[in-house]
Design a protein around this ligand. Structure first.
Ligand code: AMP
Ligand code: TRP
Length: 334
């Protein structure tokens, strides 16, 4: 049976992924790779839209790929590669930019937020065309489903619009993808500021649990996480954002129901609860961290795996690109 195709990716924007990336993205990707023909990329071309030190970007790209594998994305089953290794991404992005409206791209809220924050002169054109490159990522692989966080929903809408527009103008070429928006319960908040989403780019490190941190450091951060003065372990997002966030992490990593965890800690203090959570986090992270560090110890082997996967990706991507060029009327080299 042919499996439907799935595509997702993350920017190599930090040395380590944080627990929100792990629970909100990697755990789902790992699960979905059974029922889908899955493609997962490290989107380094997208990362160029932010200021980067070249050597650091290279290191972060390898580190991100290593963490995908360490978290259970299998490069022999799924196609796990670095976006810039497949040149068709940049090429299709150009072609798609010619059917994207200037106003349409200007309505993307992520672009509007960023350009408002930095000002027009400090905003590069790459930020403006970022969603077009993302559409190219997805459409090159005739993708059926795209699991993403809800902040990416608008970009997937644009991707669908571009696919439909191209198909109606030039003939059926692209599969129109469907977004799979991450469950609300998979959203993780900052441990120190539990109403803000945990992020790789958080201002303070104290509220972020890094996948590659020493386990003892993560345990300490959990013990210091912000709670409240009620002293009861129960889920209530509004009144108890700190405790609720810890419960969500506990449930996601242990595979248990929140109610069962509440029962276990009934009549006990936050200290006990945090100690229990620290154990769960450390036992989940420790093997992932060790696998990632081992992979990063042998970059030649990691690079070989990435090259092999990029080769697989390119053979699919180049077929789509060639159809696109043909249909748009570019004279093909004989
Ligand atoms: P980012 O690090 O923002 O590029 O996100 C990469 C992926 O991780 C996306 O699929 C996000 O939805 C997911 N992600 C990032 N931060 C969180 C979070 N705090 N909670 C849940 N998922 C997250
Ligand atoms: N823009 C996405 C994010 O910030 C990353 C991304 C790039 C992506 N290309 C993609 C996600 C294709 C899914 C499919 O999270």
């Amino acid at each position: 049976m042919i499996k439907p195709r799935l595509y997702s990716g993350m920017q190599p924007s930090a040395d380590s992924l944080q627990i929100g990336n792990y629970i909100g993205a990697l755990m789902q990707w790992r699960e979905l790779q059974d029922s889908y023909d899955a493609y997962f990329s490290v989107v380094d071309l997208h990362a160029l839209t932010q200021p980067n030190d070249p050597a650091e970007l290279r290191a972060k790209t390898r580190r991100t790929a290593a963490q995908y594998i360490a978290a259970g994305i299998e490069p022999s089953r799924s196609t796990l590669y670095v976006q810039s290794h497949v040149s068709a991404h940049s090429e299709l992005a150009w072609a798609l930019s010619t059917i994207t409206g200037f106003g349409e791209a200007g309505r993307m809220t992520q672009f509007k937020d960023k350009s408002a924050r930095y000002g027009a002169d400090a905003t590069n054109v790459g930020l403006f065309t970022y969603p077009v490159l993302m559409a190219a990522d997805i459409l090159l692989y005739q993708t059926d489903v795209v699991p993403v966080g809800d902040d990416q929903k608008q970009h997937i809408e644009l991707t669908r619009d571009l696919a439909e527009r191209f198909n109606s103008r030039y003939g059926q070429t692209f599969t129109v993808p469907t977004p799979v928006i991450q469950r609300d319960t998979a959203r993780i908040y900052d441990l120190q500021n539990p109403t803000a989403k945990m992020s790789k780019s958080a201002e303070s490190d104290a509220g972020v649990l890094w996948l590659l941190d020493e386990p003892s450091k993560s345990a300490k951060k959990i013990m210091r996480a912000v709670t409240d003065s009620e002293g009861v372990v129960r889920f209530d997002r509004e009144a108890k954002p700190g405790v609720s966030n810890l419960l969500v992490i506990y449930a996601a990593l242990s595979g248990r129901q929140i109610a069962a965890i509440e029962d276990e800690y009934a009549g006990r203090g936050y200290g006990d609860f945090k100690k229990g959570l620290a154990e769960v986090v450390v036992s989940e992270f420790e093997p992932v961290r060790e696998r990632a560090l081992a992979l990063l110890d042998d970059t030649a082997e990691l690079d070989r795996v990435l090259a092999e996967n990029a080769g697989r990706a390119a053979s699919v991507a180049n077929r789509t690109l060639s159809d696109v060029y043909d249909r748009m009327g570019l004279l093909r080299r004989v």
